[in-house]
Design a protein around this ligand. Structure first.
Ligand code: PLP
Length: 369
């Protein structure tokens, strides 16, 4: 066994040498500019109480799910919730998953065959890559948000073709040109799949919903670990696609179903987002306050994710350390999460950040550049 341990140790040592070894840190009590809890729902006491009240009021709900969806893990409450979610998004059908990672794994691994090709934005989330890997389909990356490059690739495609994009990119904070992507997909008869993990709850129910593109995309993935402040995800599509996934998607079939208690949270979460639109407005107010600072960010002007790039890796590390010293939490992103040379400071703004907190963040960064 020592052979195995030695090779693991060597790989970790290599990362340590490069200064990119990942280690777990406990969530800190400092100022939050790093979590995906954009609307503050993870710590919203009113929502917590509403979830508990709903759960207690319905004694038939179970704390767990008791099994896989196709065995004992399905409930009327879960099915009803999926229908509510489908109605809210104005799509035919919805399928819940315990995480966005699993939803993407299920979608891409089940729908694609080795005869298909997927054109993915080069910055697409790891879960999409992993899903494609499981399917054995061919994969080609197109340059980030580059429609010309995508079209050139589409012109050469002979196979059944999928296009995979995020509506708001998690490590860049910029948006995909969804309307143009829909047109291209339509022109070349490709199936467009949109991951809305970071857009859901920030821009209403996501950009596909906001632009009314539901019938023009093949499938959408929304996740609940970001603006919803919980965890889980839904694949939104027509009934045929959802029935296919129920039959063929291993990450859906061979796992314990999402529990009633969790589903209660999601149901109340949707209601809360709908009834508290002012949270999205506060978030936008804070984003524009940050962007008025004069710091240069290539992110979208309405994105809660704002990225800053610095001259060198050491300057980035220095700034993050200085911020940490005064308990301002941001996230410095290094390869392999981003490409070599793409190191950046990822700042997440929230509805609950105060103007003073944002000012403090800006001042501290400016002192160091
Ligand atoms: C774009 C994108 N898709 C999917 C996921 C995975 O979602 P989850 O965290 O719910 O597994 C993430 C989360 O990091 C993400 O940023």
């Amino acid at each position: 066994m020592s052979k195995f341990f030695n090779s693991l140790q060597l790989s970790l040592f290599e990362r340590e040498q490069k200064g990119i070894k990942r280690t777990l840190k406990v969530r800190s009590s400092g100022i939050d500019f790093y979590s995906n809890d954009y609307l503050g729902l993870a710590k919203n006491e009113i929502l917590h109480q509403q979830i508990l009240n709903e759960f207690i009021a319905q004694p038939s709900l179970l704390y767990g799910s008791t099994g896989a969806r196709l065995i004992s893990g399905n409930s009327n409450y879960l099915r009803e919730t999926e229908q509510i979610i489908a109605n809210e998004h104005k799509v035919e059908a919805a399928l819940l998953f315990s995480s966005g990672y699993n939803a993407n794994l299920a979608l891409f691994s089940a729908l694609l065959t080795r005869h298909d090709i997927v054109l993915v934005d080069e910055n697409i989330h790891r879960s999409v890559h992993d899903g494609i890997k499981l399917s054995n389909a061919k994969k080609t990356k197109f340059k980030h948000n580059d429609l010309d490059h995508l079209e050139k690739l589409l012109q050469r495609v002979k196979e059944r073709c999928f296009i995979a994009v995020e509506s708001l990119y998690s490590m860049d904070g910029d948006c995909a040109p969804l309307i143009e992507l829909v047109e291209l997909a339509n022109k070349y008869n490709a199936a467009l799949v949109v991951d809305e993990a970071h857009a859901f709850g920030v821009f209403g129910y996501g950009l596909v919903h906001q632009f009314g593109l539901q019938c023009k995309v093949f499938a959408t993935v929304v996740t609940y670990g970001k603006a919803m402040g919980m965890s889980g995800a839904t694949i939104l599509a027509n009934q045929l696609v959802i029935d296919y996934l129920i039959n063929y998607a291993s990450p859906f079939i061979y796992t314990t179903a999402i529990a009633d208690f969790h589903v209660t949270g999601l149901r109340k979460g949707y209601q809360f987002i709908k009834e508290n639109k002012s949270l999205q407005e506060s978030l936008q107010y804070n984003i524009s306050h940050f962007r008025n600072s004069g710091l240069t960010s290539s992110s979208n002007k309405n994105s809660p994710i704002q990225i800053l790039k610095f001259e060198s890796r050491s300057q980035l590390t220095k700034i993050q350390n200085q911020l940490e010293e005064v308990e301002i939490n941001t996230f410095a992103v290094f390869p392999p999460t981003v490409v070599e040379g793409g190191e950046r400071l990822r700042i997440c703004l929230h509805a609950f950040n105060t103007q003073e907190e944002i000012n403090q963040l800006i001042e501290k960064i400016k002192e160091n550049v």
